[in-house]
Design a protein around this ligand. Sequence first.
Ligand code: PLP
Length: 401
Amino acid sequence: MKKKQIITNDKKYIMNTYKRFPLIITRGKGVFVYNENGRKYLDFFSGIAVDNFGHCPPQVVKAIKEQAGKLMHTSNLYYTEPQVKLAEYVSGISSGGKVFFSNSGAEANECAVKLARKWGRTKKSGAYEIIVFKNSFHGRTIGTLSATGQSKYKKEFAPMLSGFKQAVFNNLSSVKKLAGRKSCAVLVEPVQGEGGINIADRDFMAGLYRLCRNKGILLIVDEVQSGMGRTGKFLAYQHYSAKPDVITMAKAAGGGLPLGITIASGRAAGVLSYSDHASTFGGNPVCVAAGLAAIKLLNGKLLKNVNTTGSYLIGKLKELKKEYPALIAEVRGIGLMVAMELINSKSNIKGNDLVSKCLEEGVLINCTQDKVIRFMPPFIIGRKDIDTVINVLRKILKRRK
Ligand SMILES: Cc1ncc(COP(=O)(O)O)c(C=O)c1O
């Protein structure tokens, strides 16, 4: 199909829920994706933190091919070896908990919410309230939208589920005010992704952990975006002195294929039992085999690269901020989850315009919250790739000074 026809038919046959950029991606390899003419683009967004190991990592492709040739699907009414292997691996490098497999971040969080509600009903006299945070993002199902702390995503779909109470991120006293007899869980992203790369303070996370322990409240960390090494550790909570009862993962967890993971440990481990929850495709053998191959790539050397290249990227963006103090408000980040916040003013370049201009120059980045430029490149990038992106940004900002 020609480019024009793809775009025309996309508009005709696919619901208009995405604002697509005028780029057709036909293949990807390593840190690059390619359009239909073979033009290459440096991918600094990794399909929203999914292609953490680059595009089509050979080990993951091999695992997918092997598993697809053996067994592509069976129901969860039977045992399968890939599920057991991945569950053991994930559990071993996180909280030592038990795993439920699903297909997406929203579903991983739905499982956590159901677990928390059952915990409250059976262990805390019917407590059902879940404390969530302003600016958070937990998914697009009605349940996870209800948990999400941004009204712009919810307003067309009211009423939301009841029982979600919003506290202020990095403000422990706002949580203390809400934590009570009716609270069964706190649900928090250690690094708010869609909300603009807002990093939890050390004291805040440690305080949340203590509060949850003292008040018989489950601590759920949503690591859908921040997990799988994105912040320089396997899971972002591992930077803090906080031990969650429940962890949710997705995005990069399936090595590029759809996979959601909910891990419940300690007092939360045995809460969900027979017939409480299920998913036809959850833990699909091919997705799980891909996830296992991907997670094995996450060795010390690669995590070190996340930290060193992350610091290099942040340093270079801070240099840009010095050059353009009237355009850039702040640079922040952890590992390779990095943000450059623009100053919103009439005359300044808008976030989405900057993203479009970068695309014209062959670089994929993203803008969230209208003014926060988000960089989440694959972990295999080098300093040369960062320099390329910085030069492109500099060229665009120079024009808009
Ligand atoms: C922190 C977080 N939780 C949940 C989700 C929802 O994941 P999915 O789109 O796979 O349902 C996202 C997606 O961006 C996310 O960033």
